[in-house]
Design a binder for this molecule. Sequence first.
Ligand code: PLP
Length: 388
Amino acid sequence: MFDPSQMHLATGAIHVGHSIDPATGAVVQPLITSTTFARDSEGHLVPGRDIYTRASNPNRRSLEEKLAWLEGGSEALAFSSGQAAAYAVFQSLGTGSHVLLPSDLYYNTKLLVEQVFSSWGLTYTSVDMTDLEATQAAILPNSRLIWIETPSNPQLRITSIPEIVQMAHEKGLYVVCDNTWATPYCCQPLSLGADLSMHSTTKYLGGHSDILGGVLIANDKTDVSWWQQLKQIQTLGGGVPSPFDCWLLQRSLCTFPIRMQAHCENAQLLAHFLEEHPAIEAVYYPGLVSHSSHSVAQKQMTRGFGGMLSVLVHGSEKEALAVAQRLQLFTHATSLGGVESLVEHRKSVEGIHSVSPDNLLRVSVGIECIDDLIFDWAQALNTTKPII
Ligand SMILES: *Cc1c(COP(=O)(O)O)cnc(C)c1O
């Protein structure tokens, strides 16, 4: 048998956490929907057998094994959504703790801390983590954790993971990296020293915009008692994915590396096209030499720069919305990471407290043929009416 540590990403994505079903010979792991599992004739637990699905289930165990492997970690905890995974992290910190959040991040992570955890006495500071001095200065005596999101949503800021880790660990703080946008294809935060990697598996790992899920991943350097506590929040709190969602996600992961390669290639080409277009004021994509943190991105994003980019359309909100409306292959909808391309006017989605620029469109570049995607942008931007 191949040792998983010797497998390349595309091989492990198919084979890790997978075995031929001994009972039936099924090549694909059967979906086990049972919530409960039999004891032996004496009433004893059967070694290796699950007890009750909230605690563990065969489909979830093999999914967690694969997710841990993909991320270069040792163990994973699957949740019913990305938010449930983030929830577990903040829940584990205890009352009176303080956390550092990036100033540009997934909007609902901030809302979770601000609106749900404020009544538990959790406080936070938003800081631009590309500014290491400002980050250092934001650490308080009761700070427990630095939350990184890189590339950030929606401005594609790049945070240097090793530098934040060093700063955090000197002061005894944990580092959690929301790796949803970069994915383990592009970036492996645990190998750069982060204590936990977190994902909304709803996005690239699921890849088809049809499964909600989340995951936390640890390696053998992660604080064991903290990890046990997170596991307890998963199994007692019960924010776990259904066996069917685990089964579907397991299936999606088989094609994850090959999908991600296509996302990265398409996004890089579309970013170059848009950067040259006179109707576009700016393109935020870490794979462009013009990106303010391109060199940091090159160091920590090893296989590509991801499938997400944002553009500022010349003009205001009105012009940006008109472009989104004229696009035909890019559906105007929230979310990201599916095989189909999406575009979104982020400010309208985030609401009145949004700090996203008025003329920003966030683009999830799908895996359609790049010629068609570029053609679609060309027709949407080259209108007879000047849009400036
Ligand atoms: C979507 C997303 C989340 C939240 O995940 P859900 O699965 O929607 O709960 C968290 N972080 C990032 C970066 C995301 O894109």
